[in-house]
Design a protein around this ligand. Structure first.
Ligand code: GLU
Length: 302
């Protein structure tokens, strides 16, 4: 039987926040409640966006909350050779092409935006530009709709050419795109269950498409309801969410469990975080997760 293998894959572009804790906890419970492996991958592929010290802080946060991962920590910044290898495969297959359109240029031309940004209209497809000093895009014309069954949100599909267009796999400044890195890493690390925030639902369609082009397997996907701040905006590093407070990790874990529809006994709050994690894995009920977002105040029982 295949070992369930999940992962937590934070980007070190800032400190972990309550929404990150929800993703760490749910991915951990999914794997550990089925005697599976749980891996930690620091997604520092976009090196200019890495905040100094954030990667180490993430490890300290996870330790303070009682999480234990299998094997060593994987850093995307050490895996560029892998990304290059698979990008070359796509180029050889004729799935990729070089593009010199800048975002500004596309905006000036009135190109439309979709859920994932500008919908690239394929202007450079047939120009035969050299890959050097240009971005590389993946052709999306072969398959029309790409869909999957999410374990919380149900059927989800996107018409890639219409809603996204050919998307970038390597930027002009030679930075590999998150889409390429995450798909390659999940395959090479044997990840068969992906659990992450619902802000990545649309992205998953891109990942499925890329998996097919590369001949990779497809994990199961579970996207989690997001947590909103007091203004109704999703908690994120970009919107300045508070970093995780280490003073009472068990209390925060209980709040994360209640956001995920689990019903932990309140007195666990007085125990150590490892005890809360053990309870969480022993009583994990993924079916109780609903797509509703909850405001942060509600998750803390205020
Ligand atoms: N690195 C992404 C983030 O921090 C998560 C990617 C994923 O789980 O696939 O939002």
């Amino acid at each position: 039987m295949t070992t369930p293998t999940g992962r937590f894959a934070p980007s070190p572009s800032g400190a972990l926040h309550f929404g990150s804790l929800v993703a760490a906890l749910a991915s951990y419970c999914e794997a550990r409640s089925r005697q599976g492996r749980w891996l930690l991958r620091i997604e520092d592929v976009d090196t200019p966006r890495v905040v100094a010290g954030a990667g180490d802080q993430i490890l300290r946060d996870l330790e303070a909350f009682g999480f234990e991962w299998d094997g060593g920590v994987v850093y995307q910044s050490e895996r560029f050779d892998q990304y290059r290898h698979y990008l070359e495969q796509l180029i050889d297959q004729g799935d990729c092409y070089a593009c010199e359109c800048s975002r500004r240029m596309l905006r000036e031309q009135g190109v439309q935006s979709g859920a994932l940004g500008l919908i690239y209209p394929g202007l450079c497809r047939t120009r035969g530009l050299a890959p050097e000093n240009h971005s590389l895009r993946l052709l999306t014309e072969a398959d029309q709709r790409v869909g999957f069954r999410d374990r919380v949100y149900g059927e989800f599909a996107l018409d890639l050419p219409e809603c996204v267009g050919d998307f970038v796999l390597r930027r002009r400044d030679n930075i590999y795109a998150y889409h390429l890195a995450v798909v390659v890493d999940d395959e090479l690390q044997g990840i068969n269950q992906v659990v992450r925030g619902a802000d990545l639902l649309e992205n998953t369609c891109l990942h499925l498409y890329l998996q097919r082009r590369l001949g990779f397997s497809t994990p199961s996907y579970m996207h989690l309801p997001l947590v909103n701040n007091a203004d109704g905006v999703k908690l994120s590093k970009q919107t300045g969410a508070d970093p995780l407070d280490h003073r009472n990790p068990s209390r925060l874990l209980l709040a994360a469990l209640s956001h995920l529809g689990q019903q932990p006994p309140r007195d666990l709050e007085d125990g150590n975080p490892r005890t809360v994690l053990q309870w969480s894995c022993d009583h994990w009920n993924a079916a109780a997760i609903t797509p509703q977002r909850s405001p942060i105040a509600e998750t803390f029982g205020y």
